[in-house]
Design a protein around this ligand. Structure first.
Ligand code: F0G
Length: 466
């Protein structure tokens, strides 16, 4: 019956409803579960070997081949080329970092630095795909709720004119929680011209509201419940494989917030395996901030597992009901992942099952210390990103990850996103440190690189250089 080579499919195996690629949906109309973008692979041309993608680099004057997402287009082939909205995303690096390896207890470690994206975070991988679909369906206004990076990315893509838009800018509306967003991120959205709605509430409140508004006002929603966003985020995994000369690592370690990334990574590897492009799968470790640890608790304490789609939804609902009754609210310095109810929980559970995954948590002290160590390596990241390194360190210490295993930590966002936190970590001491980070579990800054204040006199300056 299907004439389209790409379509949308409900992730609930019992339902399995499918929808046209031209529909704008963020959940299944029949059962309410999330949707995947699915492909009729037999009717699509996919390179026989991953290495063949390298050829595209020779023709990188073509924006589609320059993009670190669209040069893998055969693996997310839902749009005609002329609809693709790219701003040059995905020129990112896979780096080994000896100091970070020592810190985590690993013999070596790879960091996939997504902070190099145009808006400074991994979100651009998904946003290019989301905007491409928005153009395909003729959207004029786009919106999201955000802890700051999705909104920065959306605002950047909306202000850049694109092929499918006929040169017209899309109108951007972003919903953010009041006082919960890092300044660097807020400044991006404002600068790129997005209408910025600061809700007196948390991210989860903003998420609920934007969904209501999109539904009633016909805005195109670009949060990660949009299945096209996650198609773009698969490309992070393709670039990691490329960086490893197409060898599969033992572990992918990623911070978990709304769980879009982990979901996309699972889908990417599942498809590569089904297409015969990889022979084995990596394992997945999702790291929550201890102050925003819904997935950690559901997975490790409530033992929630995907179970081929039959996961215990009643148990999840009662977990959330308890969370509300206890007025337990996410609270972490890693504001990007300060989320109570991750919208992609079901897809993440599916990824954890496929990739024999596990979930760990890191507290704010561990996150800020790891962040400082990553920074010393010259990469620099925002707090949420360092959760991956802090988590890897704990998993090596517990023996879950072997010292000699090949580990890739995804560094999701740029250091300049949250520079206040960085400066405070490095410059505050004693009572001042405690005061600055009151309410968070920060008692030390062992990796601080303190600025040295000196009078404007040469002898004093020379003394400081001793
Ligand atoms: N790291 C950073 C820097 C992020 O901004 C986010 C999510 C995550 C990790 C978590 O990724 O949601 O795929 O599990 N930021 C969203 C936002 C929520 O609105 O910018 P996830």
């Amino acid at each position: 019956m299907k004439t389209e080579t790409a379509y949308q499919r409900c992730v609930n195996p019992v339902c399995d409803a499918s929808y046209s690629i031209g529909e704008v949906l963020t959940s299944c109309r029949k059962c309410g579960w999330l949707l995947d973008v699915a492909y009729d692979w037999d009717r699509l041309a996919v390179p026989a070997r991953l290495k063949q993608f390298e050829k595209k680099w020779a023709t990188r004057r073509d924006p589609l081949h320059f993009s670190g997402v669209w040069r893998f287009k055969e693996l997310l082939n839902f749009a005609p080329d002329e609809m693709v909205h790219t701003i040059g995303e995905g020129q990112t690096l896979l780096r080994t970092e000896p100091e970070v390896a020592r810190y985590t207890g690993l013999k070596s470690i790879h960091l996939q630095y997504e902070g190099l994206n145009p808006s400074g975070s991994f979100k651009d991988n998904g946003m290019t795909a989301g905007f491409t679909h928005a153009h395909m369906v003729g959207a004029r206004k786009v919106a999201c709720a955000s802890t700051g990076n999705t909104s920065s990315s959306l605002a950047a893509y909306a202000s850049a004119s694109a092929a499918g838009s006929g040169g017209q800018r899309l109108e951007a509306v972003v919903f953010v929680g009041s006082g919960r967003i890092a300044m660097g991120k807020l400044s991006q959205g404002l600068d790129y011209g997005a209408r910025t709605i600061q809700i007196l509430g948390c991210f989860d409140d903003a998420m609920r509201r934007v969904q209501e508004v999109c539904q009633s006002q016909g805005l195109y929603l670009l949060n990660s419940v949009n299945p096209f966003r996650l198609e773009g985020q698969k490309a992070i995994m393709y670039r990691i494989l490329e960086g490893l000369n197409w060898e599969v690592p033992d572990w992918i370690v990623v911070p978990g917030g709304n769980l879009g990334n982990s979901s996309a990574f699972g889908k990417a590897f599942g498809e590569l395996q089904a297409l015969g492009l990889i022979k084995r799968l990596p394992r997945l470790a999702v790291i929550n901030a201890a102050g925003a640890n819904t997935l950690y608790r559901l997975f490790n304490e409530e033992q929630i597992r995907w179970h081929a789609g039959q996961y215990d939804r009643a148990k999840v609902d009662s977990f959330y009901a308890r969370m509300d009754a206890e007025r337990r609210e996410a609270h972490t310095l890693a504001s990007a992942i300060e989320i109570n109810r991750p919208v992609n929980l079901s897809k993440c559970l599916r990824a954890l099952e496929l990739l024999n995954g596990l979930v760990a948590q890191a507290d704010d002290q561990e996150i800020l210390d790891a962040k400082a160590v990553v920074g010393r390596g010259g990469i620099g990241c925002e707090p949420a990103s360092a959760a991956s390194v802090a988590g890897a360190k704990k998993l090596v210490a517990s023996g879950a990850i072997g010292r000699g295993e090949r580990v890739v930590c995804v560094i999701t966002g740029h250091q300049l996103k949250a520079s206040n936190t960085t400066v405070d970590y490095h410059s505050c001491q004693g009572a001042e440190l405690a005061k600055r980070f009151a309410g968070y579990c920060i008692s030390s800054n062992q990796f601080a690189n303190r600025p040295i204040q000196v009078p404007n006199e040469l002898p004093a300056i020379l003394k400081a250089l001793e």
